[in-house]
Design a protein around this ligand. Structure first.
Ligand code: COA
Length: 110
């Protein structure tokens, strides 16, 4: 990942929680992760992730997912990875977040 202009190391994009639109997004709103709330707000179903073509392949979607999973964990929510980026790329590459994923088996959510 690119260093910033002063060479201070990897640049981490600022991700903002947009509660009214149920999104985690970049400040310019061009990249976002969209979710729906299920089970009375206890479950975050990530339905879509979008990054503009010019910014793909730099880990931006991964940063969006980390923000969403961190939020879900800190609010004792579980996550349904409906979006294929989350289920097929983010979780296999970041298996520690699987503990926050929704499971039909109550034993594995302890
Ligand atoms: N499903 C699963 N994985 C996908 C994917 C998809 N639809 N599209 C791309 N990926 C993988 C790529 O294989 C890539 O792997 P690589 O690192 O080996 O090249 C990896 O995502 C890139 O990761 P990252 O840099 O964190 O993602 P990104 O910032 O480039 O954004 C998407 C990834 C999917 C959000 C972006 O490509 C996009 O907006 N696509 C159009 C919308 C879409 O298909 N969204 C996902 C389904 S809801």
């Amino acid at each position: 990942m690119a260093a910033n202009a002063r060479g201070e190391g990897p640049e981490v994009p600022k991700i903002v929680w947009n509660e009214s639109q149920k999104r985690f997004e970049t400040e310019d709103k061009k990249a976002y992760l969209q979710y729906e709330l299920r089970d009375g707000g206890k479950v975050m179903d990530i339905v879509h992730t979008f990054v503009p073509t010019s910014k793909r392949g730099l880990g931006l979607a991964s940063h969006l997912c980390v923000s969403a999973f961190t939020h879900a964990k800190s609010h004792s929510m579980s996550v349904i990875p409906t979006c294929s980026y989350v289920s097929d790329t983010f979780l296999p590459r970041n298996p520690s977040w699987k503990s926050v994923s929704y499971s039909m088996d109550p034993k594995s959510n302890i």
